[in-house]
Design a protein around this ligand. Structure first.
Ligand code: ATR
Length: 287
């Protein structure tokens, strides 16, 4: 990498931010395309988020990504928020407009949709109900994407019912289209489903296992885990053994970066095998 007087800048704000894979992702694309640009981790304390965001245009940054704990608070700092990010209640991408104003977007919905499209080409939204485990920030993006895709019925299974109810309200999903189920009935909720998505942290390295019995899930159902450490979770391994098509969490992580990159650096990018290998290598190195 060569830093010139014209190097274009973008980065990711988080606290902490060292764990983020976004620098590996965006710098891979910058290198691949030979763009004079750099993407840096920006450790920003929560109480300095407004100051840091406001400084982006003055410092010549094209924009940034946001990770924990900034995704919600930033909504009230930027000048404009896209309607999707507003409904989801979180934004992960900031674009500095030509006049120096700040636009907030949510690209997780796009990331989820594109990763499904990539890995489960034959999945048909109309084919049956989708079961979503969890009702946190990631679940909101997944549910919004499924609604957009035209899934007729979404069954949300969450430990805390109130959180799932709030999600339905914020996303304006009618309860005729989305039902809420207690965590204890997760096995039964799989009956007739065409898609199962785990959005909880269960199964992630260092977290408890996700205990679920897949025997009621029809063989044609696609199983997605948005956890990507490990890449093949126990859920995906069990699904694969039963012959289901599986989609791992790395695709969503990689695809969600594409809209930001294009907005900041002016070039569309693709998710390739080489990119997956490069980002996986950084995950392995940090263990
Ligand atoms: P994210 O923003 O990444 O989605 P989150 O908002 O912390 O993370 O959400 C984590 C999800 O995992 C929630 O749905 C949570 O359930 P609650 O809403 O009941 O907290 C779920 N989760 C975490 N640990 C769990 C456990 N041990 N059993 C069942 N669900 C769990």
């Amino acid at each position: 990498m060569r830093i010139t007087g014209k190097t274009r800048l973008a980065g990711i704000m988080g606290w902490p931010v060292a764990h983020s894979r976004s620098p590996a992702l965006h710098n891979f694309w910058l290198d691949e395309l030979g763009i004079d640009g750099v993407y840096v981790p920006l450790p920003v304390r929560p109480e300095r988020l407004a100051q840091a965001l406001r400084a982006l245009p003055a410092l010549g940054f094209r924009g940034c990504n946001l990770t924990l704990p900034h995704k919600q608070v930033a909504l009230s700092i930027v000048d404009r928020v896209d309607p999707l990010a507003r409904r989801i209640g979180a934004m992960n991408t900031v674009v500095v407009a030509a006049d120096g104003s700040l636009e907030g977007r949510n690209t997780d919905v796009y990331g989820f949709r594109e990763s499904l499209r990539d890995s489960a080409l034959d999945w048909n939204a109309a084919a049956g109900p989708a079961v979503v485990l969890g009702a946190g920030g990631a679940a909101r993006a997944v549910v919004a994407a499924l609604i957009e895709a035209g899934v007729p019925e979404i069954r949300v299974v969450n430990r805390t019912a109130a959180r799932a109810e709030r999600m339905a309200e914020d996303l304006a999903v009618p309860l005729s289209r989305m039902s809420i189920h207690p965590w204890t009935v997760r096995d039964a909720a799989l009956r007739d489903a065409g898609l199962l998505v785990n959005t909880t942290s269960l199964g992630m390295t260092g977290e408890p296992d996700l205990n679920i019995d897949l025997s009621r899930l029809p063989p044609r159902a696609v199983v997605v885990d948005i956890v990507y450490v490990p890449l093949e979770t126990a859920l995906l391994a069990a699904a694969r053994r039963r012959g289901h098509r599986t989609v791992d969490g790395l695709g969503m992580l990689l695809h969600q970066g594409r809209p930001g990159f294009e907005a900041w650096f002016g070039t569309p990018v693709r998710v390739t095998r080489e990119l997956r290998v490069a980002v996986l290598a950084t995950l392995a190195a940090s263990r």
